[in-house]
Design a protein around this ligand. Structure first.
Ligand SMILES: CC(C)(COP(=O)(O)OP(=O)(O)OC[C@H]1O[C@@H](n2cnc3c(N)ncnc32)[C@H](O)[C@@H]1OP(=O)(O)O)[C@@H](O)C(=O)NCCC(=O)NCCS
Length: 98
């Protein structure tokens, strides 16, 4: 997993958001809740470092597993990326749904 503060917007109106750049679980360890746990840990760590607001990630529209994780485990807001056709912009709060 890779995560960091990411600048969004143009100069003068830019904001820094918590951002998850990459998350991958070895195939033989998937569907055990590890991806969800790592995502929560990343969000908590970024909040502890003063990165506030919804956590952003970019997910390919065909990545059913990651989109499902975000919608079943978090109250994810998912919208098309206006700049990259295949990307979906995913925003989640730090609180898990269950
Ligand atoms: C996406 C990924 C990180 C999920 O990790 P994981 O540890 O398996 O996820 P979890 O066990 O926390 O899954 C939580 C929920 O997400 C959904 N989910 C996860 N994998 C899924 C799949 N293959 N198909 C459908 N739903 C899936 C399910 O709702 C799952 O809950 P359930 O197992 O009770 O049905 C993992 O599949 C992966 O490493 N994929 C390849 C890398 C990748 O695509 N990373 C994201 C790039 S943006």
């Amino acid at each position: 997993m890779v995560y960091h503060g990411q600048v969004f917007g143009v100069t003068g109106e830019s904001i820094v958001r918590p951002f998850i750049a990459a998350l991958g679980i070895r195939r033989d360890y998937r569907r055990r809740g590890i991806g969800t746990s790592l995502k929560i840990a990343a969000m908590r760590d970024m909040a502890d470092r003063g990165l506030v607001g919804p956590t952003v990630s970019l997910v390919d529209r065909r990545n059913h597993a990651m989109l499902q994780l975000n919608t079943t485990r978090f109250e994810a807001k998912v919208e098309p990326d206006p700049e990259v056709f295949n990307d979906r912009i995913v925003m989640v709060s730090i609180e898990p749904v269950d």
